[in-house]
Design a protein around this ligand. Structure first.
Ligand code: TUI
Length: 315
């Protein structure tokens, strides 16, 4: 059994957190992960306050275990989202795609454990200073909005810089990745892509099929020019977007317009023409479905075996 200090802090059995995938991670997925002993996360994404409250209340009915909400800081509803998670006394909040400092004290005062996603040492230090219980160091291997550093380089540097627990994210989908993350100084992992194909994951079947079929070099990063780089599967749409980014006759407004609604179209409608299938670089290794409970058990059991045998390297 793999245990770490973060299990006690969060009240979870396995040090496995489900990424708050935008338009995908709903109450059903979050409750399934929490019921399996990990920490499930609901994505607040672009939902308004009442839609977020509905999902939180649904999750409370589906599980009596702790779960969290991920607040995407580029959302126009951040203010409402923060108010709702405080009113609903959500156990944990993670934040992404921005600096959460303006909202942290309010959430901490409401008894919420705040766990920002950080792409750099500077933001990790800031989060610690502002009272975060942990930070999620997410490398650019991840799907969706990505930072510059890799998981391999970010996790140990963040672990050296802060005293609070570090969660490793980006590029982890099996026990080898989990064991490696622990060796780099993390005390838990967060997985998104691995949960995309979970039975309880509500994403459209076309999305699951694409992830299951994806190979190692089938993602690309678009949106760098717009200041929000996003990793998604290579599709005719994402390749076209990538080309337009390097076309100086296309304005930023036109680019923004082209991308608008594309994640929703992939996640909800399975639109293979116009959808943006956000997904991490580890997709090539995700070839099975399985329940959330199976995923968590397999990953942690494999990590345990590897760690037990790690002394084979020391002569
Ligand atoms: O947030 C994510 N992943 C996401 S958000 C998202 S929704 C979206 N859709 C279209 C365009 C853009 C976003 C899909 N996937 N992961 C966490 C994460 N946070 N990765 C990187 C960061 C991050 C980046 C900069 C966190 C903080 C930050 O701060 C910069 C600053 O202001 O200091």
């Amino acid at each position: 059994m793999i245990k770490s200090e973060l299990c006690e802090v969060l009240g979870i059995e396995y040090p496995v957190i489900q990424g708050g995938m935008a338009w995908i991670a709903d109450a059903t997925l979050a409750a399934a992960v929490s019921n399996a002993g990990g920490l499930g996360m609901i994505s607040a994404m672009n939902s308004n306050g009442e839609q977020i409250r509905e999902q939180i209340q649904k999750a409370k009915k589906l599980t009596d275990k702790p779960f969290g909400v991920n607040i995407m800081l580029m959302s126009p509803f951040v203010r409402e989202a923060v108010d709702v998670v405080c009113e609903e006394h959500v156990a944990v909040v993670s934040t992404g795609a921005g600096n959460p400092s303006a909202y942290m004290q309010q959430m901490i005062d409401a008894g919420i454990k705040v766990m920002p996603v950080v792409p750099s040492v500077a933001l990790a230090r800031m989060a610690e200073k502002k009272g975060a219980v942990a930070v999620v160091a997410e490398g650019g291997e991840s799907g969706g909005h990505v930072g510059d550093l890799t998981t391999m380089t970010l996790v140990p540097q963040v672990a050296d810089a802060v005293k609070i627990p570090v969660v490793a994210a980006g590029g982890i989908a099996d026990g080898r990745g989990m064991a490696a993350a622990l060796m780099l100084g993390a005390c838990a992992i967060q997985m998104g892509t691995r949960f995309l194909t979970a039975e309880e994951c509500p994403v459209h079947e076309n999305y699951k099929e694409k992830v299951l079929k994806a190979k190692d070099i089938e993602t690309l990063v678009t949106g760098k020019r717009l200041g929000h780089p996003v990793r998604s599967l290579k599709t005719p749409f994402s390749k076209m977007f990538f080309q337009k980014e390097y076309d100086s006759s296309v304005t930023n407004e036109e680019l923004e317009q082209m991308g608008a609604g594309s994640l929703r179209m992939a996640a909800m409608d399975g639109n293979v023409e116009k959808g943006s299938f956000m997904c991490g670089q580890i997709a090539g290794m995700v070839t099975e479905r399985g329940t959330c409970a199976e995923i968590i058990k397999n990953v942690t059991a494999e990590a345990e075996l590897i760690l037990r045998r790690a002394d084979k390297w020391v002569k």
